[in-house]
Design a protein around this ligand. Structure first.
Ligand code: ADP
Ligand code: MG
Length: 326
């Protein structure tokens, strides 16, 4: 702990403010304020835990996003990992490395956004850590969730003949990012998909509870990369129909101008949609009509991922998924 008295006061004041704002979730017997939070364990439940790091300059740029939206997104992308296992999010833990340039009202906006998204999914902020950063803004989020014992949907369960589905639409977030990079303004629908993605918690939960998915992942690095993880873990291949990719109206109109943009739907990333395999055909008619799912292909025996055009020719995507170390 620092010996600079004013810094200590500020940290404790911030934490007290966070504690007041966060309240505490019904599933916790002790929330923020002690060395640990306490969550009684439920019989018949598995505990899911996942962590993500978000670093300024790599995962986000402050000039493109408000701190409120950044707070929402930081919670959303973690909650999306719980959705991808078919679980329900419960507790989030938030580590903040804060550079001097970020003032109190900005940090409060960030926390407010984080809490807004967390509450939207019935979860609670249960703890964290706060310290100064000599460099960029750094955010570390850990999320915990629950799923019925043994019902979590992993990436290794796909088998030959399963249908491949994705939720929502693909490429919107990557298109918004591309436009921002070019100094252009994405329309409202695209901007929303980039700044405040919606983790598909209810869909993931329904698929797990009804045992409809054999393998599942959320799309953070792009469809091809993330579906590729399912195929590798399951030791199978896949055939995808290019024409079946679900695209939004905004994305389609951009695509009409430039056909190469289709690669953003295949490999753009940050969709935070679910990609999953299922032995059930015509799944869309059999689940809650609130959830949009589209079959984009089938699991094949031959290893590899093949994308076909309507004329039967193979399509070669010119873009690979996002990889931080490349
Ligand atoms: P410690 O010295 O044990 O790390 P802290 O003073 O850092 O304790 O934190 C006190 C309490 O405030 C703990 O319950 C901790 O989980 C919580 N806390 C600290 N920072 C944050 C944060 N950024 N978000 C949520 N809770 C936090
Ligand atoms: Mg601490």
């Amino acid at each position: 702990m620092s010996i600079d008295k004013t810094a200590i006061r500020e940290e404790f004041e911030l934490i007290r403010w966070i504690q007041q704002q966060a309240g505490h979730g019904d599933h916790l017997s002790l929330g923020i304020g002690d060395d640990c939070s306490i969550q009684p364990q439920l019989a018949g439940q598995d505990l899911l835990t996942s962590t993500d790091l978000l670093i300024e300059g790599i995962h986000f740029r402050r000039e493109w996003t408000s701190l409120f939206d950044l707070g929402r997104k930081s919670a959303a992308v973690n909650i999306s990992d719980i959705a991808a296992m078919g679980g329900r999010p419960q507790s989030l833990f938030l580590g903040i490395g804060r550079p001097k340039q970020i003032n109190d009202s900005e940090i409060e906006a960030f926390i407010s956004g984080f809490l807004t998204e967390t509450r939207l999914h019935g979860a609670a902020l249960a703890g964290g850590d706060s310290c100064a950063s000599p460099g960029p803004l750094m955010i570390s989020v850990t999320v915990q969730g629950g799923v019925a014992t043994g019902e979590a949907v992993c990436r290794h369960g796909a088998s030959y003949g399963d249908a491949i589905y994705v939720s929502g639409s693909l490429g919107d977030s990557a298109l918004a990012l591309k436009l921002l990079h070019n100094g252009q303004h994405p329309d409202e629908a695209l901007a929303k998909r980039f700044h405040t993605p919606s983790p598909r918690v209810a869909l993931g939960e329904e698929l797990a509870q009804r045992q409809l998915a054999t393998a599942m992942l959320d799309i953070s690095d792009g469809l091809l990369a993330d579906l590729g993880h399912i195929l590798a873990a399951s030791d199978v291949g896949a055939d995808i129909d290019l024409a079946k990719l679900p695209l939004s109206e905004s994305f389609r109109s951009a695509l009409d101008e430039d056909r190469r943009l289709i690669d953003l739907a295949l490999a753009g990333g940050e969709d935070y949609e679910l990609v999953f395999t299922s032995p059930v055909k015509e799944l869309a008619g059999q689940i809650d009509p609130e959830h949009t799912v589209t079959q984009i292909g089938v699991v094949g025996q031959e290893p590899g991922l093949r994308i076909r055009r309507t004329n039967g020719e193979f399509y070669q995507c010119q873009r690979s998924g996002f990889d931080h170390f490349v």
